[in-house]
Write a protein that binds this ligand. Sequence first.
Ligand SMILES: Nc1ncnc2c1ncn2[C@@H]1O[C@H](COP(=O)(O)OP(=O)(O)O)[C@@H](O)[C@H]1O
Ligand SMILES: [Mg+2]
Length: 189
Amino acid sequence: MRASANLQRSAERLKSLIDDLFVFTRTRLGDTLPIEPTQQDFRKICRGAVDEVRAARPDAQIAVQTTGELGGIWDAGRLNQLVINLVTNAVQHGCGAVRLEVTRDDEQIVLAVSNGGPPIPARALPTLFDPLTRAAPLSGHKDASSGAGLGLYICRGIAHAHRGTIGVASDESGTVFTVRTPRLPEPTQ
Ligand SMILES: Nc1ncnc2c1ncn2[C@@H]1O[C@H](COP(=O)(O)OP(=O)(O)O)[C@@H](O)[C@H]1O
Ligand SMILES: [Mg+2]
């Protein structure tokens, strides 16, 4: 039982790493990230992503709150990857419970992922979404599952590919990453 749980955990981490490397390679070649948008439900995307993080980190406390009609046209695989990256970061770099909230603001979906813990240093914020950037040096206790410093770069690439935005606010009261993405694709030109 334990061996199969460990195997599933390793498989989830490997999948995330491969997904991230794929996006990194595509965007570093100068492409905008290709997406395949279809009709989706943001609530379902979030639940699927959180289930995957829970499989990889069974001890994590993750609360999900979604409100309103959350349908839209998106690339479900890429948004799943974005949510996994943000929630994994909150579990990995924050302290205590993680909160994921999704609401609708007119024709946009607003996703907020929050965690407690020490704030991200202000000097790190301007380059936080750049590739291979870490706010704090790797400390000895981090396990081998620490990311490669690509996660937020990939989140930004996925948000932009959907004509969305990503931002962060971090202070003593906690850290919140907010993604805003339109519900519908760009009108045809
Ligand atoms: N939710 C968070 N809370 C605190 N710090 C964070 C959070 N998310 C990201 N960070 C900081 O931003 C850095 C970059 O994140 P990311 O690009 O995902 O790289 P990685 O997780 O591989 O280190 C992290 O190393 C960490 O210092
Ligand atoms: Mg990360």
